[in-house]
Write a protein that binds this ligand. Structure first.
Ligand code: URA
Length: 196
């Protein structure tokens, strides 16, 4: 089977990320014996989910959302009738911030262009922003700065920019210790699925 054009282009993004020695968390990657987490899923996905940054499990495996938050994400996807293979999952920041601290502005600035390339290649119809950092990134990128509020005010709403829909969502990690949030998240995920 012929390789998709998107797959070829995404491989180049991955190579560039692997070689990005000036990336601000490169030293942490090397020190920890970690992998950068580029993203995974369908290279022609209609839905792209964008998280914040890899945690320890993700950095050890190179796969997005494969720890505790990932187990919740899997539950949310299943409840909404979505499959990981059908969508594309990635993060704003591609290397793990030490001790899982919040990403810094200079890290978002350095890793953001990799995400922008992924969006240009995959051309999703819907971007689900998992949490505040991802939401802020997309709102800034797509001229929605004036609408930017905390995720508790934005989740469940959908913002259209030309043909693209931006959907802010709570980060799945909020449900790790708070079961009630699972139902809120399931409702929002079902809404996204309904947009396709
Ligand atoms: N949290 C994120 O934001 N991304 C991951 O990949 C894992 C946890």
């Amino acid at each position: 089977m012929n390789e998709l054009k998107e797959t070829k282009e995404l491989r180049k993004v991955k190579e560039d990320l692997l070689n990005c020695k000036e990336c601000p968390l490169y030293e942490e990657r090397v020190k920890g014996g970690f992998f950068p987490v580029i993203g995974e899923g369908n290279h022609q996905a209609d839905i792209m989910l964008v998280g914040e940054a890899p945690g320890l499990n993700e950095a050890k495996s190179g796969r997005p959302f494969c720890g505790a938050a990932g187990r919740i994400l899997d539950k949310l996807l299943e409840s909404a009738g979505m499959k990981r293979e059908e969508i594309y999952i990635t993060n704003v920041v591609k290397d793990r911030p030490p001790n899982n601290r919040d990403p810094r502005p200079e890290e978002i600035e350095a890793y953001g262009p990799f995400l922008e390339r992924q969006i240009r290649i995959i051309k999703p119809k819907i971007i689900g922003c998992l949490g505040n950092f991802s939401t802020a990134f997309m709102f800034n990128k797509y001229g929605l700065e004036k609408e930017l509020k905390g995720i508790s005010k934005l989740h469940g709403k959908v913002f259209s920019v030309n043909d693209l829909k931006i959907a802010p969502l709570y980060h799945p990690a909020v449900a790790v210790y708070n079961n009630k949030m699972t139902n809120v998240l399931i409702g929002d995920f079902k809404k996204i699925k309904g947009l396709v």
